[in-house]
Design a protein around this ligand. Sequence first.
Ligand SMILES: [Mn+2]
Length: 431
Amino acid sequence: MSEFTIDSTMIDEGNRPLLDDHRAEFDALGSILARRGHDIDRLIERIAAFTVAVPSWGVGTGGTRFGRFPGPGEPRSIFEKIDDCAAIQSLVRSTPTVSPHIPWDRCDDYPGLVEHARARGLSFDAVNSNTFQDQPGQELSYKFGSLCHSDPATRKQAIEHNIECIGIGRKLGSKALTVWIADGSNFPGQQDLTGAFDRYLASMQEIYAALPDGWQVFLEHKFYEPAFYSTVIADWGSSFMAASELGPKAKCLVDLGHHAANVNIEQIVARLVRFGKLAGFHFNDSKYGDDDLDAGSINPFQLFLVFHELVLAGERRADGFEPAYMIDQSHNVTDPVESLMDSAMAIQRAHAQALLVDRHQLGAAQDANDTIGARDILMRAFRCDVSPLIAEARLRSGGALDPIRTFRATGYRQKKDAERPQQASFGGGIV
Ligand SMILES: [Mn+2]
């Protein structure tokens, strides 16, 4: 059975009724930005050049620890997940890579998987390991930790899993391994805080030694959950210490949801960039904790401020600055494909707004201690509705002016519901 895919005819059909309005809005914004001294075509090139990886696990309904409410037509294998990632890419044109997760994406034909992705214009980004769950048939449990476990045999099993992930990543064309561990403790006294960190470093050194040339390892921190008293890699400080001890191939990954409330994440980004240790991002948004909501849905201003730091770092060509960008979300009440497109566009929007900051004027205002002036320069960029700009970037790349509307018009979800009879279980979750 040939499977339904979104083609350029459907995208053109979706765009046609929107073109006149788009042209008018794009021209109006173009004249405003031209008056402010921006080269519109150059802006669009820079917007279009920015890409973000879609997490393979994100195309299924994630759920929360209270429950999962599966949607229709969910992908049942990594091959079907790739198909959904291809649907996203065909419409938004800024998500040409997929970040796989092992063991959820384990399969018995990796060359076939690479070809399946390649035929759909996709390739693979960083591979994610998983030692925060026990898998069927697993010999030793991670209930009390993995890379930091008190038992050397459990640590060895977790190290070997990460090395296996590197091997799978090599077959997929990945260049990085992302390691997030749930290790920590729930009660004071449960774990020796120094000993646990020492065991992490020793385990990571073995994984680091297995990295092929040209590979990196991304250390992802998270301040709590599932460990509620102490987490071994709880914050960017622990992550930075570990990455510094491990060596130049180890860098710190910033998941936007993995910080305490009100932490100044953009300043953390600036610090990590300064020392060449920013691995990249897991984009998402949150209001209370690690909510894994769509990027830019709660605090678009924070996303903009993060991108302001990234644009600054890129323009000054900061040493070691080559971040890997990924989305990391859990979709509970939305269609995952729609949420991922929504996030990809929010990320593009924050980037486009950051590109509009007059950095020359801003620097002059900062040097003159003109507080209100500097703030206004930043806010003028943030307040600009760049929707026509990012829509034009999508249009020029063959994408949809309104990806969600076009996605719905294709009937993709209904067709997948018919093609993919539900299975009892789906390997997904939150990382
Ligand atoms: Mn993450």
